[in-house]
Design a protein around this ligand. Structure first.
Ligand SMILES: [Zn+2]
Length: 155
């Protein structure tokens, strides 16, 4: 039984950047070459291969502007990829060690009592525990740098 639904950022958001659009800061995305092994694409939720081009841009993973709608740096494959949709986190998430896992209410405000800092291997269990609270609408998984990784919903 699947209890989680994990998806990359909406396809229209990625397509906007691939099509030459501006990021959530109103700036053009930067094109860089991926260095090292820690360049997660927020659309396919895969790791961008070292030496491959990536887009670096400011992203706000919320629909509307409000005090809790943080904008921060993320990566995207420079060429179109397929959006991830699944019932489990990709295996590489274990390397987000530690990870920030936060619940948000239906109002898109942080549910402070839900927030946790967990080891990489414990992210899934933390998501399930946070989503067992009916006042939580969804979860964000973020790196220790506070970079948004993905949204997790109930399955
Ligand atoms: Zn990708």
């Amino acid at each position: 039984m699947s209890t989680l639904r994990i998806e990359g950022i909406p396809h229209e958001h990625a397509a906007r950047l691939w099509g030459g659009g501006l990021d959530w800061n109103g700036q053009a995305p930067l094109r860089r070459i991926a260095e090292g092994g820690a360049n997660p694409c927020r659309h396919c939720l895969g790791l961008i291969a070292e030496g491959s081009p990536k887009l670096v841009f400011g992203y706000r993973p919320f629909e509307a502007l409000q005090p809790y709608a943080e904008t921060g740096p993320v990566f995207l494959h420079a060429e179109p990829c397929t959006r991830y949709e699944g019932d489990r986190l990709p295996d590489w998430f274990a390397f987000l060690d530690p990870a920030l896992v936060r619940g948000y209410g239906a109002d898109d405000w942080i549910r402070y009592d839900s927030a946790r800092v967990v080891r990489g291997a414990e992210i899934t269990a933390a998501c399930e525990a946070i989503l067992s609270d009916p006042s939580v609408a969804y979860v964000h998984v973020r790196s220790k740098f506070n970079c948004f990784q993905c949204r997790v919903d109930r399955g």
